[in-house]
Design a protein around this ligand. Structure first.
Ligand code: SAM
Length: 260
């Protein structure tokens, strides 16, 4: 195999733990409920790709690092279900990549790409069956956090408005080479049939949530003073002296209704 040095700038921490690889791959076993396109983001040297291809489901692998392309071609080009695309996931039109089919997305994501990518994918949810990602454990905790949890914040509220989220398992640094400095976690993100906040109100809702969490130690009344007054917050059935981190998604939905 061509020699390849792991690159920090591409967030390259390759999975080496076969138990974890099998655990991830088993999520894609069995006959599909509907036709879909499986897309792996950042296949790296193909640790996960190999396990996924065993299910005989067509797989598109999207890799940014040009130096990994010959390695992936050597390993998998003989496989009739394998398609390789070189490119940046943040610049990719996934609808075109999937040829219009509903998509299942999977990947051990580079940490700097994960959050912006998830935000971009929230715009494409009508075409997404589900997403399964390896992320920094802290990001998994933030996405899945409930009101009152220390990790609860903007990311939790924005993602949970449109998706069901589930932290599946935690993964220690030793499961990768080179080992990252922090724990990782595997998450399932599945679009809700209907978002909690109606689509036409989502821009306002995002602005409200961002503003509410701008200063975590300040009260809701203080943070929201340019958007909603005390009476409007109370009309939503919420105490203006509470903090953003105690409010549920439904509370944010009612506050959004108060915006002009
Ligand atoms: N899936 C492999 C594994 O588990 O061993 C590699 C995971 S590694 C954490 C992240 C992979 O994503 C690397 O192969 C890296 O080159 C690739 N990558 C980094 N930035 C990317 C981007 N913007 N778009 C697509 N792939 C990217």
């Amino acid at each position: 195999m061509t020699r390849h040095q792991a690159r920090k700038r591409f967030g390259q921490n390759f999975l080496t733990d076969h138990q974890i690889i099998d655990q991830i791959s088993s999520l894609f076993a069995g006959p599909p409920e509907e036709e879909y396109q499986l897309i792996e983001i950042g296949p790296g040297r193909g640790a996960l790709t190999e396990a996924l291809l065993k299910h005989n489901t067509p797989l598109i692998a999207l890799e940014l690092d040009r130096d990994l392309i010959p390695i992936l071609i050597a390993r998998f080009s003989h496989h009739r279900h394998f398609t390789l695309q070189q490119g940046d996931a943040l610049q990719t039109d996934f609808t075109t990549l999937a040829n219009g089919l509903p998509m299942r997305l999977v990947g051990n994501l580079p940490y700097n790409v994960a959050t912006p990518l998830i935000f971009q994918l929230l715009e494409k949810l009508e075409q997404i069956v589900d997403m399964h990602f390896m992320l920094q454990w802290e990001v998994v905790a933030r996405i899945c956090a409930q009101p009152g949890d220390s990790h609860y914040g903007q990311l939790s509220v924005i993602v949970q408005n449109q998706c069901h989220t589930r932290a599946l398992f935690q993964v220690p640094p030793e499961s990768f080479s080179p080992a990252p400095k922090v724990d990782s976690g595997f998450i399932a993100i599945t679009p809700r049939e209907t978002p909690v906040i109606a689509k036409e109100k989502q821009k306002q809702f995002s602005q409200l949530v961002k503003t509410a969490f701008a200063h975590r130690r300040k009260t809701l009344r203080n943070n929201l003073k340019n958007l909603l007054d005390k009476d409007a917050i109370e009309s939503a059935g919420i105490d203006p002296s509470t903090r953003a981190e105690t409010l549920s998604l439904e509370d944010y939905a009612r506050l959004t209704e108060q915006l002009a």
